[in-house]
Design a protein around this ligand. Structure first.
Ligand code: KQY
Length: 365
């Protein structure tokens, strides 16, 4: 694996949309007991379900620690490749490489951003994060993919969504947060994104899902169905703080044009009713200094927009809420060529994220 001393745009590489073709999907097995209740046992079952659902559509690789290898091997179907790697937690979307492709040379490369656990010592979610910060490089090494590196620029995969045709959607709440790139101006940040993702237009939403501990990752509030068409997490409840956030996003998205000059079609994807941590769920999590506590009654950042788009499928989180069926129905209408599969994802939500956050696609060309 070579670390490439230039930038993707200059070399004709671009980040593809998630709906473009994948070679496979990466995940990391959960086990840390100060984030996942009961040492990750309930979450492991759900991670296995997500892996099995995705593996119906494309190859899945699960990263596991040495200590969890035997357990994971026993819980995962034999078609899931398991590789051993040390990590700090299980959010491969955020610490893994962002893959970029060059369709002329049929080449795939990685981009290795700096990772500081969603805000470093300002408002990061755990300390330390040094093992996570090496995951992108290690995955590129394993896959023999050359890699661009920009270690001083903090960025997580969940904070960017592209249409593969020159448009990127992000939130100000996240990308301009104090714990990430405080020394850079909005223009500097936009320039880095344009160079490394090869986009021409950045659409800046203001905020992400209410109380999202990632400082409002875009992947929890908005997702690209295809170029020119997005879903947006929505509520009609004007008393819910989520309403103003979603309305603000809706106004921005419907008034913007993308890199190709298109108006965006915005589909409202209604969130479930507020989901709160129960006492039993809270006591299963170890308290550790420096890790975000999980308190009884805390509202979780639940949204159906945090789904994973696979080669022939869409894997969507479900919450045992009346809006589950509506979400599946809407997504099935929007993705007629793909099979929409729901996985009950409350256990992932309890750890602070959802299906999109625990998966990272590796595109093919
Ligand atoms: O992308 C995400 N939503 C990751 C959340 C990390 C939570 C760590 N406790």
């Amino acid at each position: 694996m070579r670390i490439i001393n230039s930038v993707p745009k200059q070399d004709g590489f671009r980040m593809p949309g998630e709906f473009e073709k994948h070679e496979g999907c990466w995940m990391i097995w959960p086990e840390r007991s100060d984030n996942w209740r009961y040492g990750g046992k309930p979450a492991q079952k759900v991670f296995a379900e997500v892996a099995h659902a995705i593996s119906e559509f494309e190859p899945v690789t699960m990263i596991v620690s040495a200590a969890q290898y035997v357990n994971a091997r026993q819980m995962l179907n034999s078609n899931i490749r398991i590789v051993e790697m040390s990590t700090d937690d299980s959010w491969v979307r955020d610490c893994g490489p962002t893959f970029v492709i060059n369709t002329n040379t049929a080449d795939v490369r990685g981009v290795n951003w700096g990772f500081n656990a969603w805000g470093g010592l300002v408002d990061g979610l755990y300390f330390p994060w040094d093992k996570d910060d090496l995951v992108a490089q290690k995955i590129c090494d394993m896959e023999r993919k050359d890699c661009y590196s920009i270690p001083d620029f903090i960025l997580e995969g969940g904070s960017i969504h592209v249409d593969g045709e020159g448009t990127l959607i992000v939130t100000e709440e996240c990308l301009l947060s104090e714990g990430r790139n405080a020394s850079l101006s909005k223009e500097d940040i936009e320039n880095n994104l344009k160079e490394y993702l090869n986009v021409e237009k950045v659409i800046w939403l203001k905020r992400g899902i209410y109380l999202d501990e990632t400082n409002g990752h875009v992947d929890n509030i908005c997702n690209y169905v295809k170029p020119g068409e997005v879903v947006l997490a929505w509520t009609d409840d004007k008393n819910d703080p989520q309403y103003d956030i979603s309305k603000e996003c809706y106004d921005i998205l419907t008034n913007e044009t993308d890199a190709k000059g298109r108006k965006l079609k915005v589909h409202k994807l209604h969130v479930p009713s507020p989901i709160l941590i129960s006492k039993e769920e809270s006591i299963g999590v170890d308290s550790v200094d420096g890790t975000l506590p999980r308190e009884e009654g805390d509202r979780l950042a639940a949204s159906y927009a945090n789904y994973y788009t696979a080669n022939g499928g869409v894997v969507v989180p479900l919450f045992a809420d009346p809006n589950d069926d509506k979400a599946v129905q809407l997504l099935q209408e929007l993705y007629p060529e793909r099979k929409v599969v729901g996985v009950y994802a409350r256990e992932i939500l309890l750890g602070g994220g959802n299906i999109h956050c625990i998966t990272q696609q590796q595109p093919s060309v």
